[in-house]
Design a binder for this molecule. Structure first.
Ligand SMILES: Nc1ncnc2c1ncn2[C@@H]1O[C@H](COP(=O)(O)OP(=O)(O)OP(=O)(O)O)[C@@H](O)[C@H]1O
Length: 341
């Protein structure tokens, strides 16, 4: 990672028109991505990860949603950009890899033509170099016999091969930022690791910034430099990956770690969370959204104020007065143990 900012998002909010009212899906999402940095966005389904990514890409229907805040990529403010100007950004400054490779590819076009079309939109690669560039890209994403594959249609490829093609499309114009939204979820387990390795490999070679959306903390541990944990449309914890795994402050982060036995083998009743994430309509955004799900917290004392992010260690932020200074009982136990040694 270096200090050059590829993306600087501040207080991004998205509201969707549902029935006759606008409901907040994400709010106050601030995130910086540097050159050569992988930032993982994690959280359960409905926490707002994709809504944030699609807001950056300008993919929300302006008649059905309101997008607020600021997101600057390479000197361009993305929020509020016209569709015409967005077309110059998508695929050129920002490449995107979605969960389902088949949905990202045109079933009626050969691979060669799809990648060339993506290049033609942006005039980055001259027409007479595009055929060679297609072969080079397919080689870069680990496809053997690229000349043959370039002539095929998407349905003639396996899921893993298709996702490699989608990655080739995403990097065709050498974007500085790649957004990968659950890029391996739809693939066989054996292929998932290969695709992640590929994304990481390409990110290093291109020194790109990557936003990796995933619900899999194993993927985060292996791939990310920085982790943003989302709950109820807010970032509730943000930290460098090692810090987050070693010193999680928010009980939601702890519960995610607990839910992944390969990462954390201690079992502790404290982190069994009750209930489920409220619907957008039922969220009271003037109080801590998570507190009601934790039996042992003094909700009366802490739930009154709208929670803000607090820096609890260098570059480690946690949302909410209640969690900022909270000393988890297990930490107490551990510290006693270490004192006794
Ligand atoms: N187009 C839409 N119209 C109305 N509500 C939406 C729309 N898109 C998302 N939402 C709502 O916004 C909230 C955040 O959803 P989002 O898809 O961003 O979550 P996510 O964390 O990406 O989940 P998943 O992992 O399932 O993709 C959810 O409550 C969802 O129902």
């Amino acid at each position: 990672m270096n200090n050059e900012k590829i993306l600087d998002a501040k207080n991004v909010g998205v509201q969707f028109l549902i029935g006759d009212e606008y409901l907040t899906a994400i709010e106050d999402v601030s995130l910086t991505v540097h050159k050569n940095e992988v930032v993982a966005l994690v959280g359960e389904s409905g926490s707002g990860k994709s809504t944030f990514a699609t807001a950056l890409m300008g993919l929300h229907n302006p008649h059905q949603s309101k997008v607020t805040g600021s997101a600057v990529a390479d000197g361009t403010e993305l929020i509020g950009l016209s569709e015409k100007n967005y077309e110059k950004i998508r695929g050129k400054k920002i490449g995107m890899v979605f969960q389902d490779p088949l949905a990202s590819l045109n079933p009626l076009m050969r691979i060669n033509d799809q990648i060339k079309e993506a290049m033609s939109v942006h005039d980055v690669i001259p027409a007479n170099e595009q055929d060679a560039r297609v072969i080079q890209l397919l080689t870069e994403v680990g496809i053997n016999n690229p000349e043959r594959i370039a002539k095929l249609y998407p349905h003639e490829l396996s899921g893993g091969m298709r996702q490699r093609v989608v990655i080739a499309l995403a990097i065709a114009n050498e974007p500085d930022l790649i957004i990968a939204d659950e890029p391996t979820t739809a693939l066989d387990v054996t292929i998932q690791a290969q695709i992640l390795d590929l994304i990481k490999d390409i990110q290093r070679k291109k020194e790109a910034g990557v936003i990796l959306i995933t619900h899999d903390l194993g993927v985060v541990a292996e791939t990310a430099d920085t982790v943003a944990v989302m709950y109820g449309g807010q970032i509730v914890e943000l930290a460098p990956v090692v810090e987050l795994f070693n010193n999680p402050k928010h009980p939601y982060t702890r519960s995610l770690l607990r839910a992944n036995p390969s990462l954390d083998t201690d079992s502790d009743e404290l982190y069994v969370i009750k209930g489920k994430i409220p619907s957008l309509k039922d969220m009271d955004r003037n109080r801590d959204l998570f507190i009601d799900r934790v039996d042992w917290m003094d909700t009366e004392k802490y739930s009154k104020t709208k929670p803000e992010l607090h820096e609890v260690a260098p570059n480690h932020f946690v949302r909410g007065e209640s969690w900022k200074d909270f000393y988890f009982p297990e930490d107490q136990d551990n510290s006693n143990e270490s004192e006794n040694v």
